[in-house]
Design a protein. Structure first.
Length: 84
């Protein structure tokens, strides 16, 4: 298993900013890994950023927290190679 906390910390120190899609993938995986399935109602239509984040998290629904941590670490390592 990966060191999830280390991966989460390393991603914050990337030299260049990942794309919006990459950031949303990280967000969805992080929330699934730390909280589990999404709860609550989706943000309103005018909250574009909130809606995108909610959808990124919802797309991971049903994934185990361990699987989400493993996928987060894999994506983080890919981004570290690409953006450092």
């Amino acid at each position: 298993m990966c060191d999830f906390e280390k991966c989460a910390a390393d991603v914050k120190n990337l030299k260049s900013r990942p794309s919006d899609d990459e950031l949303l993938s990280l967000y969805g995986l992080y929330k699934q890994a730390t909280v589990g399935d999404v709860t609550g109602d989706a943000p309103g239509l005018l909250d574009v950023k909130g809606k995108a984040k909610f959808n990124a998290w919802t797309s991971r629904k049903g994934m185990s927290q361990d699987d989400a941590k493993a996928q987060y670490c894999a994506l983080a390592k890919e981004l570290m190679a690409k953006h450092n």
